[in-house]
Design a binder for this molecule. Structure first.
Ligand SMILES: [Zn+2]
Length: 332
């Protein structure tokens, strides 16, 4: 069973937090990333996206992959990935797969989701922001309390922060939340969005450089929106816009991979992807990927699901991959 599964690990920000301008940002600290990489190297075989595509397409029954295969994925095209992640992967001679949001990079715009992260990181007390959001809702006759009660508990955020994220990402109507978020971003972070975007995301040259060094670049949509909420025409536009961007970077579309923003996908989107010969789709559903999954709906683990110490004993996910016997001789 360990043979046919792959542990796909998902990363977002990876930075030296203490020496960064936003030490409160919810990021993976670079030292911990280093430790986790060592842990993964010890207990897994890091494979390339091309190898996974091959295994998926050749399959009869289980996928033929190295035992304890792992694939490293990096969402959102952060400059963090070029500056902090790439040199480490390059040194280890392993591949990472990177999923940049096309328009944010082309037009130097900061995604709403990133604005929210940095507003939260810049403000000492999130209750101050929660208040502002609450009042903005009330001013438009919206009772955010009801939605707040109904919302599922977040895996990673405290309730107050989860509330702010939900309200600013989806619960407030667009015409309320966009200007509110811009106001908060200008107040707490910066008024120069383009300069901030240039420091936050990779540019086309960074992405091309990653490719020259054997890294994989995939599709993360054009606007980084919840694709499952759009109609088919909009979905197709989101995909085609991003694919055009990938071609501009030099990605070969024979063997392209989709990574769904927020893991949001539905049947019409899957049809669009199939029509464009997408090989693999990455969700945010938590689990190990294997032949029992639709290749366009592969689960992943978050970095927080794995230990962040090189010498940590294998955790429950490694056990699922059948590492028990192997790990016990691993010099704990
Ligand atoms: Zn994303």
């Amino acid at each position: 069973m360990a043979m046919g599964t792959v542990t796909i690990v998902m990363y977002h920000y990876v930075r030296d937090l203490r020496r960064s301008r936003y030490p409160r940002l919810k990021a993976l600290d670079l030292d911990l990333f280093r430790e986790q990489l060592a842990y993964i190297k010890r207990h897994y075989v890091i494979i390339t996206m091309e190898e996974l595509i091959f295994a998926v397409e050749q399959r009869r029954g289980a996928w033929r992959l190295p035992p304890n295969a792992a694939l490293l994925t990096f969402d959102d095209g952060y400059l963090d990935h070029f500056i902090n992640v790439f040199p480490l992967l390059d040194e280890m001679r392993v591949q990472g797969s990177f999923f940049p949001p096309a328009r944010a990079i082309r037009e130097r715009k900061v995604l709403d989701v990133n604005k929210i992260h940095f507003v939260l990181a810049a403000c000492e007390d999130p209750s101050e922001i929660a208040d502002t959001v609450w009042r903005a809702g009330a001013a438009h006759g919206l009772d955010l309390a009801v939605a707040n009660e109904r919302a599922p508990k977040s895996r990673h955020d405290r309730p107050e922060v989860a509330f702010i994220k939900r309200a600013l990402q989806s619960e407030l109507p667009r015409e309320v939340r966009a200007p509110l978020l811009d106001k908060l971003f200008a107040r707490y972070v910066t008024e120069d969005e383009a300069a901030f975007a240039a420091e936050l995301y990779m540019n086309v040259d960074h992405l091309r450089c990653l490719m020259r060094h054997g890294m994989f670049i995939g599709c993360h949509s054009d606007d980084h929106v919840r694709l499952g909420q759009l109609d088919a025409e909009e979905q197709a536009r989101q995909i085609d816009g991003a694919l055009e961007f990938l071609v501009e970077i030099g990605v070969d579309l024979d063997g392209w991979v989709m990574c769904y923003p927020y893991g949001d996908v539905n049947e019409t989107l899957l049809e669009i992807l199939r029509a464009r010969r997408c090989r693999i789709g990455l969700t945010t559903r938590v689990g190990l990927a294997g032949a029992e999954n639709d290749p366009l709906l592969l689960p992943r683990l978050d970095t927080n699901d794995l230990p962040k110490r090189a010498d940590a004993p294998p955790n429950q996910w490694a056990t699922h991959a059948g590492l028990n016997g192997y790990a016990s001789q691993g010099g704990r």
